[in-house]
Design a protein around this ligand. Structure first.
Ligand SMILES: [Zn+2]
Length: 459
């Protein structure tokens, strides 16, 4: 790769290489094989004056870290944290090979392009350019340390990635400020976009926090029997089906909070719809008018419970005496573990007598303050790309590596800048979806934006 190429073209080329590494993480300890992308990045940094460190908590589950030392001891440090693992892709469901990094028109297709290899590639390109510049006598120098971390295992909970690194090697990746995935969607002018007319972007999303995560397993007790005479039986699968249906219908109250109304305002919707979307009693009925943003709008204002793994029975002629239902619960700030167990008992009603609620995993919702030099730098850069637009702070429905930093009271944001063809709804639909892809303009905008933010904060 040619360091004289402009940053955008370098990032596109590196992104394609990272897609081809196919570091597919299905949650099994030996999946991921992130060492392949760590090797790509190791070669990428060769000759730049920094020596990457590769850490491998489990064979082939590698993360690569580069540090460009600042000139002022005590100046704030910034870590650019990009995961290199991707979720699996079923090639049959794609219109292209998910790991070929094909460019069709002005889009690069591939698993992980959007989540989040375009950002990881952008971070690497910016870090290498600054490392090279720091070697020349008159080159720009940063006051504080810049850390680039290409990390493993984000898609399966980060036990071989950021979680492990912060617990065991904070010397490598801890920092005062952190940038990572899931920001960058232009907001405003969606109606114009839908009609293919010029759009005025009023804001770009910056993810400042995440909902909390809890997991519970419902253990359903029935009575086993012969499948040939089911009348009057207590079939655990049937009770489980009723439990799932009750949990799914159970309506937790909407909590509008501080962030969602700002989002609604930035959307520039008709006044009546905007008002209903921030009214706790009206929002659910209004979701159907929000198109592909409806799922996020609901998640941003509700604690959600999704029954995602259901098991019962193993023989066709035996009525199952046991069933389990694994619940993925995402809660709003202020909700406790006790609140969650209470909600579940309430939803199950009298079925509770056959059902145990097990598990106690609980991580709280987490939010970084917006009153920081990093948020200010981000806001300025957004205004340069989209004149008049501002940074729109949002709480993500899902989790990212930012949560491990926020637990340590570090400031972490999800940031990038996507081109004006994007909405947050489209972004959320394509992530982990078929034909995941990114347009080249968004890669170029993002790499320039990251470079500008780094220079503003650390320069
Ligand atoms: Zn991701």
């Amino acid at each position: 790769m040619n360091p004289a190429q402009n940053l955008g073209e370098q990032a596109i080329e590196l992104l394609a290489e990272l897609v081809r590494s196919a570091c597919t993480n299905n949650g099994a300890p030996d999946s991921g094989q992130e060492i392949r992308s760590a090797d790509v990045l190791s070669r990428f940094f060769a000759g730049s004056g920094v020596i990457p460190e590769i850490v491998e908590p489990h064979p082939s589950r590698a993360s690569l870290i580069v540090r460009i030392a600042g000139t002022e001891p005590g100046a704030p440090s910034l870590a650019l944290v990009g995961h290199i693992d991707v979720v699996p892709a079923l090639a049959d469901d794609w219109s292209v090979d998910p790991f070929a990094a094909e460019i069709i028109g002005d889009e690069l297709f591939g698993r992980g392009t959007l989540d989040m290899l375009y950002l990881t590639a952008s971070y690497a390109v910016v870090a290498r350019a600054l490392a090279v510049a720091a070697q020349s006598p008159n080159g720009p120098r940063l006051r504080g340390d810049l850390i680039f971390a290409a990390v493993a295992d984000e898609e399966a909970g980060s036990r071989f990635g950021v979680q492990w690194l912060l617990a065991n090697r904070p010397d490598l990746i801890d920092a005062d400020f952190v940038l990572t995935e899931s920001g960058g969607a232009p907001v405003g002018g969606e109606a114009a976009l839908a009609q293919n007319t010029p759009r005025t972007v009023s804001a770009v999303t910056v993810t400042v926090g995440e909902k909390g995560l809890a997991r519970r397993r419902l253990v359903v007790h029935g009575v086993p029997g012969h499948g040939s005479a089911p009348w009057g039986s207590r079939n655990a699968a049937v009770i489980a089906a009723e439990a799932i249906s009750r949990i799914t219908r159970f309506a937790l109250p909407a909590e509008i909070g501080d962030y969602w109304p700002r989002y609604v305002h930035a959307l520039g919707l008709p006044t009546d719809l905007g008002a209903r979307l921030i009214a706790p009693n009206a929002i659910v009925a209004a979701l159907g008018e929000l198109g592909d943003l409806a799922g996020y709008a609901h998640a941003a204002t509700h604690t959600t419970i999704s029954p995602n793994v259901v098991r019962a029975g193993d023989a066709i002629n035996v009525i199952p005496g046991l069933a389990t239902i694994d619940l993925d619960i995402r809660h709003l700030p202020g909700v406790s573990a006790e609140d969650i167990d209470r909600m579940l008992r309430e939803a199950l009603g009298e079925l509770s007598e056959h059902i145990e609620i097990t598990g106690d995993s609980f991580s709280p919702a987490n939010v970084s303050s917006m009153d920081t030099a990093l948020f200010e730098a981000i806001s300025e850069v957004i205004g340069l790309v989209y004149p008049g637009a501002r940074a729109l702070p949002i709480i993500a429905a899902g989790g990212s590596d930012a949560r491990f930093y926020r637990e340590r009271n570090r400031t972490a944001y999800g940031f990038s800048i996507l081109s004006d063809r994007w909405t947050y709804g489209m972004f959320r639909t394509l992530i982990h979806g078929n034909d995941e892809r990114i347009d080249l303009a968004s890669v170029r905008l993002t790499v320039e934006a990251i470079d500008a933010v780094v220079r503003r904060l650390l320069g």
